[in-house]
Design a protein around this ligand. Structure first.
Ligand code: HXC
Length: 285
């Protein structure tokens, strides 16, 4: 059964804007990234989603494919972003089966709540390896395809055919610092820095690189891991956000379509924080 569009995509976007394009997404079995990819597929793209868990990734690919009859969505499991060879193989298969990679979402992440004193050196390194090194590996493995796509789809401002774009998924912990999140803060600061460098180094070759920073998004694994259950149940956590509520995966998907479509053609090296303004309120996540 296909999910209703209203759950993952606004009605403002026109069907077919990503016809013939291919998106490659790590962490694509997760709640946020799957909504981003589902929105892209709905609007015409084919997709390749990557994950560590085989069954979860393949099932999610099948589910995403229901967004548009005739779409091709491949789920490649047993891929760990910490190992570049496994990503390179996935890229190879994506290109063999779908023909190209026009858009990339580096979304795989690992996180848990832990005080600095409760983090072993390996625990700290694990999160850096998944988030920072994993984002780099995703970029490195897909860059040749992004360069080809950027060449095919020159970003002139008048050309509505887009491609050669990457979005890294980050967080806002490191803007202020956050208790129990030293590992993730350091890791995501690195991701933000990586994106800025890609924007400057590869902008001249037609690639755009941006960050999406989701805030507290309802029903996600991140909230299950990091949210304050008691405060959520009483509504106190939601009321702390300037908009008085949690966000939805649809709001992240809409930001994705904005950056990947013609509307985002002059946005490069930016951070799009989609959190209701929450990061400005200390500890609001
Ligand atoms: C302290 C912990 C820990 C915890 C694990 N470790 N959990 N330390 N507190 N809660 C330590 C382990 O003891 C070990 O160190 C080291 O971390 C590696 O753990 P492993 O289990 O061996 O690693 P691995 O199997 O690779 O698992 C990685 C993981 C795990 C990050 C620890 O939680 C995971 O696979 N997560 C993937 C999914 C995920 O986290 N998604 C959430 C993303 S949400 P020692 O010293 O014992 O060897 C997110 C929020 C974004 O990112 C929010 C945006 C606003």
């Amino acid at each position: 059964m296909a999910l209703p569009r209203s759950e993952y995509l606004s009605s403002v976007w026109r069907d077919g804007i990503f016809d013939g394009k291919v998106i490659f997404c790590t962490g694509g079995g997760g709640t946020i990234c799957s909504a981003q990819v589902r929105a892209m597929v709905h609007l015409g793209a084919n997709a390749c989603i990557i994950g560590r868990n085989v069954e979860k990734t393949e099932n999610m690919a099948q589910s995403i494919a229901t967004a548009r009859p005739g779409s091709k969505v491949i789920g490649i499991g047993a891929v760990d972003v910490r190992r570049i060879e496994s990503l390179e193989k996935a890229v190879e298969r994506c290109v063999q089966e779908l023909g190209a990679i026009d858009y990339v979402i580096a979304g795989a992440a690992g996180n848990f709540l832990a005080p600095i004193s409760g983090l072993s050196a390996n625990a700290f390194k694990t999160v850096i390896d998944i988030d920072t090194i994993g984002s780099y590996n995703t970029l490195k493995a897909t860059l040749p395809q992004l360069l080809i796509s950027a060449k095919k789809n020159p970003n002139t401002g008048t050309n509505t055919s887009t491609g050669g774009r990457i979005i890294f998924i980050s967080a806002s912990f490191h803007y202020t610092g956050m208790p129990l999140q030293a590992h993730a803060s350091v890791a995501k600061a690195g991701v933000d820095a990586l994106s800025a460098n890609v924007a400057l180094e590869y902008g001249p070759l037609g690639i755009t690189s941006n960050i999406i920073t989701p805030g507290p998004i309802a029903g996600t694994e991140g909230m299950a891991r990091l949210g304050d259950k008691d405060a959520e149940a009483s509504g106190a956590a939601q009321r702390k956000n300037p908009l008085g509520r949690y966000g939805t995966v649809k709001e992240i998907a809409d930001g994705t379509v904005y950056l990947f479509s013609d509307t985002g053609s002059y946005v490069n090296g930016e951070v799009l924080v989609i959190d209701g303004g929450g990061w400005r309120v200390t500890g609001s996540f």
